[in-house]
Unconditional design. Structure first.
Length: 189
């Protein structure tokens, strides 16, 4: 059964000893920023699912079979931090994962995150996005973020129950919480 870790100290301890960490959450929740910083602190390879798995230049979705094969290869590696939610790919990723960090701030925080990101990178590619995919925002994407808890979370919870019974999950509710987690990890290492 999945064990949710409330204590930040315990989460920091697990972060320090885990070699395969999955960071999930809504767009704009801070997954990529947190993952890049964490990868640097722990000297773990960072895998951005948006950049390396799902998107081809011009916002073309990679064919599903090819994306799933890339995921299989990535999770077979001995060490990694992978950021990306994609509930349909969790059956491949969860069995190899040692710890899940679930970025789960209020939806207004995630909306602010995507709007801020759009303003910062408008017309340019952000570091964790595939080449040829400049930052964009549209009504459909805003709707996805607004409805994430209702539409995506039930499937995430189902996948955790089915494929992640061995896992510990630490839920991060704010950007400040994420920063404190990283600060504690720096002090510990």
């Amino acid at each position: 059964m999945v064990r949710y870790i409330i204590d930040r100290g315990e989460a920091v301890s697990l972060l320090g000893s885990s070699e395969r960490i999955l960071v999930i959450g809504c767009s704009g929740s801070g997954k990529s920023t947190f993952s890049r910083k964490l990868a640097g602190l722990l000297s773990l390879p960072y895998i951005s699912m948006d950049r390396e798995i799902f998107w081809l230049p011009g916002w073309q979705a990679r064919p599903r079979a090819e994306a799933m094969e890339l995921i299989r290869k990535a999770v077979a590696e001995p060490r990694w931090i992978m950021d990306g939610t994609s509930p349909g790919s969790l059956p491949l990723r969860l069995p190899r994962t040692e710890l899940v960090i679930w970025m789960r701030p209020p939806r207004l925080v995630s909306l602010f995150g995507i709007i801020f990101r759009w303003a910062r990178y408008r017309g340019k590619e952000r570091p964790e996005m595939a080449e040829g995919c400049p930052e964009k925002i549209d009504r459909e994407f805003l709707r996805y973020v607004w409805n994430f808890e209702k539409t995506e979370v039930p499937e995430i919870e189902e996948m955790l129950a089915l494929h992640g019974g061995h896992l510990c999950v630490h839920v991060v509710k704010s950007y400040r919480h994420a920063d404190r987690l990283l600060e504690q990890l720096v002090r510990r290492t």
